[in-house]
Write a protein that binds this ligand. Structure first.
Ligand SMILES: C[S@@+](CC[C@H](N)C(=O)[O-])C[C@H]1O[C@@H](n2cnc3c(N)ncnc32)[C@H](O)[C@@H]1O
Length: 265
């Protein structure tokens, strides 16, 4: 019991990461045409949040209809009926929600058919609820590149987190071509009909077979160029994580270049 309480407290503490204004601005500026005349709801934000500051400035310039934030509702929980009512009325949900409630948060957005732009840890990609949305092209990533993560403001100063933007708004940015580095030997898995690479940069540009890649590959994922077939446990013959010569290989996604497109290039 005491341990559970301690873990909960630790989790809640990890939620107290604040986004820097420059990081809000550098991403949100790409979506300006989607914001025009819209009501933006920042449902995990108080008056001092960088999101609230950014959208208040847009409002002052007449570029959005309104900005609402949860602190303005007495710090309402995003799951409360009042907050859900606001969410339904708003056009876009834009925030950095508590990481400990990320799955619940994104589920609420999909259930209510909302357009959103939110920050989350990149490990959320393989969550049971989230990965199928990416595969179905109902959820994708922001414009910002992933390397280096994002520095958030904490009570102990800035802290780097492997956070990325998740969205279902068409921002029009197409990920650049995979930066192919060098050819490496690609071993076959024991329990999947595919070969393994450990770095996205090892993806051979002319290979059209199925390749198991780390999740960071999705930074380069363009559904017009690649088919996303599934994650490890959905794809392996035994429903287990991937293995090579008996050794486990953690978290792999299976992808394949789309042949015809490749020929056109
Ligand atoms: C990662 S922080 C980000 C804060 C702010 N959105 C920003 O970007 O600077 C997540 C915030 O959500 C708040 N929070 C935690 N649980 C919440 C809930 N159930 N409903 C609304 N906000 C919540 C936390 O107190 C925390 O301030």
């Amino acid at each position: 019991m005491a341990i559970a309480k301690l873990l909960r407290a630790k989790k809640a503490k990890n939620d107290e990461f604040y986004t820097q204004y420059k990081d809000v601005k550098s991403e949100c500026d790409h979506y300006m045409s989607h914001f025009f005349n819209k009501i933006i709801y920042c449902n995990c934000d108080t008056a001092d949040s960088a999101f609230v500051r950014y959208f208040s400035e847009l409002k002052a310039q007449g570029l959005i209809r309104d900005i609402w934030f949860s602190g303005g509702l007495g710090g309402a929980d995003f799951r409360s009926p009042e907050s859900i009512e606001r969410l339904k009325q708003a056009d876009l949900i834009i925030t950095n929600p508590p990481f400990s409630l990320f799955r619940e948060f994104i589920e609420l957005l999909f259930t209510n058919n909302k357009q959103f732009l939110i920050l989350g840890n990149r490990s959320a990609i393989v969550y049971k609820y989230i990965f199928p949305k990416i595969k179905a092209n109902e959820l994708w990533f922001g414009v910002r590149r992933w390397s280096g993560g994002i520095d958030f403001i904490t009570e102990n100063g800035l802290r780097g987190v492997p956070a990325i933007w998740f969205t279902n708004i068409k921002h029009g940015f197409v990920p650049p071509n995979l930066p192919f580095k060098k050819s490496v030997f690609m071993p076959q898995y024991d329990n999947a009909n595919a070969v393994n690479i450990d770095k996205s940069a090892y993806f051979p540009p002319d290979y059209t077979g199925i390749v198991g890649v780390p999740i960071t590959f999705l930074e380069w994922y363009n559904p017009e160029k690649f088919e996303l077939l599934g994650r490890d446990k959905e794809f392996t013959t035994d429903g287990d994580i991937c293995r090579i010569n008996g050794k486990p290989v953690y978290i792999r996604l299976f992808v394949r270049r789309i042949k015809d497109l490749h020929k056109c290039e």
